[in-house]
Design a protein around this ligand. Structure first.
Ligand SMILES: Cc1cc2nc3c(=O)[nH]c(=O)nc-3n(C[C@H](O)[C@H](O)[C@H](O)COP(=O)(O)O)c2cc1C
Length: 324
């Protein structure tokens, strides 16, 4: 019998496949379905700062207003604030089926310390900080952006004992250094990467429109590269997110060094049951190779274990350049 167990941020998982934060994890029913399908853990839908502001009676979301969150709130017709979210954590934990990771979409700094403590009291096993903002302010340099994120992690860390992960987009300079800094500030995990709302243009209407919400099976390569580059070098355990649609991709990401792997679009496309298919694929590959435990595979192809580290940062298709 293959041993798929994994450890991520000190959480013991039956397997490394986590259902990622999304509408699929916004109810206790969704969480139950995920565990029924065999998920190793679940990340709840993010509570957006705007929801908390609403509860706290703030009218003006100020400079941190988050268009994606506003769109989400109106689309889903959701008004529930912190209390509803804490109730969701409590219900999701009731069955005791596996680790439940809460998620908050942090933008400003002030809101999170108190709420993080309440998330912990409600029974969440860990907290994922969805640092989902695009660093687009031409007047804020990289050092200022990073310092802001670091303060945020440090503040949250100081108010909880449960493990904290940061979920990042890929639009940062010196990503390795940033994660190392966030790990020093107290993040035990880093999720690479979030998938932001895809912006598009409707030429007929000459207006902005939305691109595809879901990833395809070719979308995992950026996550794979960065996990292979950074595993064991930044002080945080890495969790893959983006483009996981089959068991082979989970195995590749684990070989690159991922401690856990999040699935979202595949579950939207094929239903929660896709998790059990992924696990079947993983087990059958492991037994065909005589690999008894997933730990034997983890990090085998990470840069830190390679004799050719230059291959991991290679950006050009050298072979193609030579042959054309
Ligand atoms: C419809 C939808 C809603 C999502 N909502 C959230 C969210 O609330 N918080 C979050 O951190 N990520 C959210 N995500 C991002 C996913 O958790 C995941 O990181 C991303 O989709 C990449 O994984 P995938 O390629 O398996 O979809 C959402 C993704 C989708 C498609």
């Amino acid at each position: 019998m293959s041993d798929l167990s994994a450890t991520y941020m000190g959480l013991k998982l039956a397997n490394p496949v986590i259902l990622g934060s999304s509408g699929l994890t916004s109810s206790a029913e969704g969480v139950r379905k995920a565990f029924d399908a065999g998920a190793g853990a679940v990340v709840l839908k993010s509570l957006f700062e705007e929801q908390l502001r609403k509860e706290l009676g703030s009218v003006d979301a100020g400079p941190w207003s988050h268009p994606e969150a506003e769109a989400f709130l109106s689309r889903m017709g959701m008004n529930e604030g912190a209390d509803e979210y804490l109730k969701l954590i409590d219900e999701a934990k009731k069955d005791g089926r596996g680790p439940v990771i809460a998620s908050v979409n942090c933008v400003g700094e002030a809101f999170w310390m108190d709420f993080a403590g309440r998330v912990e009291s409600a029974g969440a096993d860990a907290l994922e900080l969805n640092l989902g903002q695009v660093p687009d302010n031409p007047n804020e340099d990289a050092a200022a952006v990073e310092s802001r994120l670091e303060r945020l992690v440090r503040d949250v860390r100081s108010s909880v004992r449960i493990p904290v992960a940061v979920k990042l987009g890929y639009g940062y300079t010196a990503l390795g250094h940033l994660i190392k800094r966030l790990a020093k500030a107290g993040a035990q995990g880093a999720v690479l990467f979030n998938r932001f709302y895809k912006l598009d243009v409707d030429l007929d209407a000459m207006s902005l429109s939305s691109g595809p919400a879901r990833s395809g099976p070719e979308s995992y390569h950026d996550s794979l590269r960065w996990i292979a580059l950074l595993d064991g070098r930044v002080g945080a355990e890495l969790c893959a997110s983006g483009g996981v649609h089959d068991g082979a991709t989970v195995l590749k990401l684990v070989a690159a060094g991922a401690h856990a792997v999040q699935v979202c679009s595949a579950a939207y496309s094929k239903g929660y049951g896709v998790i059990s298919s992924l696990l079947d694929d993983i087990r059958s590959w492991m037994s065909s190779r005589g690999i008894a435990s997933l730990d034997e595979l983890r990090g085998r192809l990470a840069r830190r274990n390679s004799e050719h580290p230059e291959l991991y940062g290679r950006l050009q298709y050298l072979e193609a350049l030579h042959t054309r």
